[in-house]
Design a protein around this ligand. Structure first.
Ligand code: NI
Length: 135
């Protein structure tokens, strides 16, 4: 098995707010993040598989790039995440974003002879989450 990773970037805005809580409770829970603000996100998608006998690729990274763009970047880049359909029912934390992105990618990758290994989502240089599909 070998692991391959494609890194992509997008910029989005959001605010963290639990609609079940009051404004004051949201401010206590989320601090500054309860206000409208933006991030420069980086996503790293790692696949695992064996090199193809003809191409010697696990997956052509140009194809992985195309899939990441179609499934994720085009839906979130330069968008206000709280208004994006994908996040209608959840708070757009990095955790929830990584889970939703995993689900989109896993569904799309089913038709290929690779396994999705992890989705890493960097919200800042110092904060990132990693999801491996474990419930
Ligand atoms: Ni934020």
């Amino acid at each position: 098995m070998i692991y391959i990773t494609r890194r992509e970037h997008f910029s989005s805005s959001h605010k963290l707010e639990n609609p079940k809580l009051s404004k004051k409770q949201n401010e206590e829970m989320f601090g500054k993040c309860s206000n409208f603000h933006g991030h420069n996100y980086y996503i790293e998608v790692t696949l695992k598989g064996n090199p193809d006998k003809d191409s010697s690729y696990v997956m052509d990274l140009k194809l992985l790039k195309k899939i990441i763009f179609e499934e994720i970047i085009e839906k979130v880049d330069h968008k206000y995440l709280n208004d994006v359909d994908l996040f209608r029912k959840v708070i757009p934390t990095t955790e929830n974003m990584a889970i939703i992105f995993w689900d989109l990618l896993a569904k799309r990758l089913k038709q290929y002879n690779v396994k999705l290994h992890s989705v890493k989502l960097y919200e800042t240089e110092k904060n990132f989450v990693e999801y491996k599909g474990e419930k």
